[in-house]
Design a protein around this ligand. Structure first.
Ligand code: HEM
Length: 510
């Protein structure tokens, strides 16, 4: 996204001043009176360009943003290289500001109440995820439902995120975590290394075990994880509109096809296992059990698509959340010491068995640490919504139908009146029930809000807490800081620009 000057339209740049432009161009209106095809084409192009600027200025009205939009592509080039700094410049323009990419008119909200209003305005706007989501996830994926049918479908899925289900998943998560910790420790004699790829693989392996059980083996999980990177790379706010071979969206669609082969196989095997009276060992099994009990059957394709949507929504956000949790704890040894002390106490010093959900509930300091880590570096900075009908977002501005409207999570989570010293990592701010952080839950928009609020948020919080808590008991880790450690790279979600260089060693326990 571009940096923009905060200037409002002036007398010189009033909506009508573009009418002067044609007179200064190297051909005149008389050209169309002669049968000169090139002059006619030039005139048509010019008229379209003038129309484009008129539309831009009419839609933008008084919102801060570019005075003129770049013809045809708008801020496309900037959107290819998103940066937190440029987003911050955009948010600083005002509570609402405007930009455009490929003639998509975009209104960005930075104020908490406007951001919440968008999340809660199902009558006017619906999530777009990102522009490439539909071709990647397929049009008939449940995640694109809205209104009543969406609520109904979510209600059905919600029963697999209850405490009973979370307890089932916790044991699976623990097994995968220990396998991956052991793998990371094999490199303990080596220099600190970027954890981007290992953490993404760890996360994919966990998700696939939780959602698909043992129907997907570790090698298949590795293949899906590698292919999934092509999907991540296509998750830009706006993509090149044609999905031609070689484009990012085309590559992502090919990657999805590979993932779907394994997800379909898992759904098929889960149905067979549960029909034969097997015990549920993962999300798909729990779903099949419910299906057979209620007689409401879902196809294997539908089950695979739901898991695909879960992977799509979680892989980057969870990887970001985990990486920053490890980085923050390494950089704040006093916080890590408190996390460890609490873990030792609550687990009775026994790190060889999985933590239970009840024990995790009791880990007040660990949960505050996870919450603070996500606040400081919210994985999802913004969530694009599509305006379905004119949206009166403020008393004096209505976002036109067909526009994109973007609630911004980051400014709400860095509001200094709610989170004093917003750039500091202070888990303690969550320990005082009367403190501003706990008193303003409406600012904590890490998982969105409203009808489309993240369905996996409790699972996500539980997972990061379990991983960090268990890691703190079993391992030490050192963070090799570089000048890029605090800089943010945006690859769908946010990551440390240097990839977070960590060295894991076994923790000596008495
Ligand atoms: C730290 C990790 C995560 C973060 C920061 C995160 C964040 C978000 C955000 C911001 C939204 C948009 C909400 C809105 O429009 O109001 C969302 C939606 C969603 N998330 Fe997550 N998420 C995380 C993990 C997960 C996990 C583990 C799952 C797996 C189940 C998941 C599944 C979904 C789904 C399916 C949606 C769309 C829900 C709907 O449209 O009804 N997310 N998430």
């Amino acid at each position: 996204m571009a940096s923009h000057s905060a200037s409002l339209p002036t007398a010189q740049s009033s909506p009508l001043s573009f009418l002067d432009i044609p007179l200064s161009l190297p051909f005149s209106l008389s050209a169309v009176t002669t049968p000169n095809i090139w002059a006619s084409i030039a005139l048509i192009v010019l008229s379209l360009l003038v129309l484009e600027q008129t539309v831009w200025r009419t839609k933008r009205k008084f919102l801060p943003g570019d005075t003129w939009t770049i013809p045809v592509i708008g801020q496309f080039v900037n959107s290819l290289y998103p940066s937190l700094e440029n987003y911050q410049k955009q948010w600083a323009l005002g509570p609402l500001s405007a930009t455009s990419v490929f003639n998509i008119f975009i209104v960005i909200a930075s104020a908490n109440e406007l951001t919440r209003k968008i999340f809660n305005s199902g009558a006017y706007a619906e999530p777009m995820l990102v522009a490439a989501a539909r071709p990647i996830l397929m049009e008939d994926n449940w995640v694109f439902l809205n209104g009543k049918v969406h609520i109904e479908y979510r209600r059905m899925l919600n029963q697999f995120f209850t405490r009973k289900s979370l307890s089932l998943y916790l044991g699976l998560q623990d097994t995968i975590a220990r396998e991956h910790f052991a793998f990371w420790l094999k490199d303990s004699s080596k220099e600190a290394q970027s954890v981007m790829t290992p953490m993404r693989y760890f996360n994919m392996a966990t998700s696939l075990r939780v959602f698909c059980g043992r129907y997907i083996d570790p090698e298949q999980a590795k293949l899906i994880s590698d292919k999934y990177w092509l999907i991540t790379k296509a998750l830009e706010l706006v993509n090149f509109p044609l999905h031609l071979p070689g484009t990012k969206v085309y590559n992502a669609i090919q990657a999805r096809k590979v993932a779907m082969v394994f997800l379909l196989k898992a759904a098929r095997e889960s149905k067979v296992h549960m029909r034969a009276g097997g015990e549920p060992g993962c999300f798909m099994d729990a779903w099949c059990q419910e299906m057979f009990a209620t007689g409401k059957e879902f196809s294997e394709k539908e089950m695979a698509q739901v898991v695909l949507a879960f992977l799509f929504a979680s892989q980057d956000a969870m990887s970001s959340g985990l990486i920053y949790a490890f980085q923050h704890l390494a950089d704040h040894p006093a916080v890590l010491a408190k996390v460890r002390e609490e873990q030792e106490r609550i687990r009775g010093g026994d790190f060889d068995r999985p933590i239970t959900l009840e024990e995790l509930d009791a880990c007040t300091y660990l949960r505050a640490t996870v919450k603070e880590s996500l606040r400081l570096k919210p994985p999802v900075l913004m969530v694009p919504y599509k305006v379905t009908q004119p949206f009166p977002i403020s008393p004096d501005y209505t976002v036109p139908a067909g526009s994109m409207v973007v609630p911004s999570v980051y400014p709400s989570c860095h509001d200094p009146s709610v989170y004093p010293s917003p750039s500091s990592f202070l888990p303690e701010r969550w320990l005082d029930p009367n403190g501003t952080a706990e008193q303003n839950p409406k600012n904590y928009l890490i998982f969105g809000a409203g009808a489309h609020r993240c369905i996996g948020y409790e699972y996500a919080l539980m997972h990061i807490a379990m991983v960090i808590g268990t890691a703190s008991g079993l391992m030490d880790w050192e963070h090799k800081k570089t000048e890029d450690s605090e800089k943010v790279e945006i690859i769908a979600t946010i990551f440390p620009k240097d990839g977070c260089l960590l060295k894991f060693t076994p923790r000596k326990r008495s």
